[in-house]
Design a protein around this ligand. Structure first.
Ligand SMILES: [Fe+2]
Ligand SMILES: [Fe+2]
Length: 277
């Protein structure tokens, strides 16, 4: 079943679940042989290492700080869909870890890859993934029937981490790698991940829109969560000191404009336009 209001076209969790059943992929089916050869010859690895490291750390957080949402109060269809998202996130983490094992570093456990990659991420990144996400997840786990806690969590996770940071990183990282003919196996896996992410973001927008439609005051929960998070989000979209940002072929302003444009569109659909923040 699909919900249509004006021009908004959102899939409900049951439809998203059916899409998941048709979208299975295996991280070990992706050929990384060209990536291995390219990595060995790559002179300046700083920008690519930063992107790969950030994704490794983010996906670990996103995988291990999700179960509270699966356990939160919701319909059987919603819980079923969220269980598939939990599997997707684990699969994404496994793909990034396989890439670390076979291309970037010596094979080791995921925790060791994450720990090494953590040296690359910014303080703003830590604020978002270690402080804000973890706190929202703990709150939801402690109060599975608290709708406000669920809305705050989905705002951070689906709207900001996946819908704003995730889509922006994908757009510019794959644009750069494709233009340079770099790491085709990574781009193939990341594109599969991106396809999954659209389903996840679709759920988040469906859920937030429904919650705000049913109770106007829930819009204030979305607003408060965003106000608290957006400074760190803007900061995290700035390339790290030392990395040659011009190599990316896009300025920090372009990155922010892309992120803001998507967020503006999604907030309008949710019913909490950006100018009401
Ligand atoms: Fe993911
Ligand atoms: Fe996701």
């Amino acid at each position: 079943m699909t919900e249509r209001t004006h021009e908004v076209h959102l899939h409900d969790p049951q439809t998203l679940y059916r899409h998941w059943e048709e979208s299975q992929w295996n991280p070990w089916d992706i050929d990384l042989s060209v990536d291995q050869r390219q990595w060995a010859d790559l002179e300046d690895r700083s920008l690519v290492s930063f992107v790969l490291g950030s994704l490794m750390v983010a996906e670990e957080r996103i995988t291990t700080k999700f179960s509270g949402l699966v356990g939160a109060e919701g319909s059987e269809e919603e819980v079923t869909f969220l269980a598939t998202q939990q599997v997707d996130e684990a699969r994404h983490m496994q793909f990034y870890a396989r890439f670390q094992d076979e291309v970037v570093a010596e094979p080791t456990v995921i925790a060791a890859h994450v720990q090494r990659a953590r040296a690359l991420v910014s303080p703003a990144f830590q604020t978002i993934f270690d402080d804000k996400l973890v706190a929202a997840h703990e709150r939801l786990r402690a109060n599975p029937s608290d709708l406000g806690a669920k809305i705050a969590f989905v705002t951070i996770y689906h709207l900001i981490l996946e819908g704003t940071l995730g889509l922006t990183t994908f757009e510019f990282a794959t644009r750069f790698m494709t233009r340079e003919g770099l790491l085709p196996g990574f781009v193939a896996g990341y594109s599969k991940i991106h396809h999954d992410e659209h389903r996840h973001i679709g759920y988040g927008i469906w859920f937030l829109r429904k919650a705000v439609l049913e109770d106007d005051s829930m819009g204030d929960v979305v607003r408060g969560t965003l106000r608290d998070l957006l400074p760190a989000v803007a900061e995290s979209l700035t390339p790290p000191p030392g990395a040659d940002a011009s190599a990316l072929g896009a300025s920090a302003d372009e990155l922010r404009a892309f992120a803001l444009d998507g967020l503006t569109r999604r907030l309008t659909i949710v019913g909490v336009p950006l100018n009401t923040l």
